[in-house]
Design a protein around this ligand. Sequence first.
Ligand code: UD1
Length: 419
Amino acid sequence: MKGDVFVIEGGRSLFGRAELHGAKNAVLPMLAASVLTAAPVTVGDCPLISDVEDMIAVLRALGVDVAKKGREVTVSGAPSVTEIPAHLACAMRSSVFMLGALLASCGEVCLYSPGGCRIGARPLDIHLDGLAALGAKIEFGEDFVRCTAGKLRGTDIFLRYPSVGATENLLMAAVKAEGTTRLIGAAREPEILSLVRLLVKMGADISGEGTPVLTVRGVRELDGASVLPVKDRIVAGTVMAATAVCGGRVELSGADSSVMGAVISPFLGAHTFLVEHGGAITFESDGLLSPTDVTTGPYPLFPTDMQAPFMAAQCYASGMSTMRETVFEDRFAHVAELGKMGAKIALVGGTAYIDGSAGMHGAELSACDLRGGAGLVVAALGAKGRSSISGTVYIDRGYEDIEGLFSSLGADITRRRGG
Ligand code: UD1
């Protein structure tokens, strides 16, 4: 079966308003956390994307009840299964969140090789070492890992890297552990704050949120709760990147500039204008970009998820830009595709050198991962002529109706349905 293809006629300016919804990276761990109680947990403002659907499928496979009303997802009941089926685990990387959540609620969990984007090795050592420190027994099979624990006991856990997923997993494992857990060197992404807010509302005792040391005092039981996730700063940044290359003026409704400093700052220059007003950001660009030197890193540094969308914008800058990737060792699949559009990019180790003087034209492109695919959409929106982008299934994992979003702003983008 052939997949869908985006057909983009580049070169249209973007004007209008884009409404942001809950961040994928906040919603997924929040949904996983719902199994920590049998009482109803409601996450509102969920994006309508396939990763959320896949997480719902994982939860249903565990035997809990999931009701979805528009953007609101309510999970209730206790899990009756502790094994995450291989086909679901392979479809989505975020099934790893079930490690901490199921271990804490059921005392055991078995996870088959998790899937997700092909962006480097993505090991689980920090997650598993942390769970082991809490008292879990870890066993490896050929394609699965099983964790069991009679009782989890709080302790100091030193994270050798501020892994987002490991921080979230260990938080979920620790909230019902006996005694106090300190996550030292924890990640600080705003999406983690959304998870903390949900857990606290459920009755967890967590302090230090937003700092590298999270302290969790274990409680016996958690209750139901209803919360909203932080808005998606990566979707906001992707729209900014497209506006930067196309020129125009776009209002990002719901954008929270207090957590977007590193996303926003590389966009600021002589040819752009940004103003924050009443829960929205308006970004304006005349379509001319100055060269920039950007390095990705854990929050509050520039997010690796913005690397490809921003690199697409750097292809349009008036001179040499650099993009250094420090979070994932192999997140450059989009570079070869951008080259098909005329981009001159040299990869030296983890740094891309991007000569923006090349001039970008439409081409037949293939998305290989979620954010790389979004980068191709940005590049194609700014390019002269027509592009087609296959591999839309990756983009659909994290962007809700991306063609509708950009069409509403004046872009010429359509989805050609596959057979
Ligand atoms: C999350 C985000 C993803 C984002 C990434 C970094 C979700 C659902 N996904 O992914 O969009 O790109 O954060 O901001 O929130 N690592 C280890 N051992 C581990 C865990 C991680 O070596 O046990 C390494 C990874 O290989 C990677 C780096 O740490 O090089 C960052 O990974 P991590 O922060 O864990 O990313 P994810 O949680 O998978």
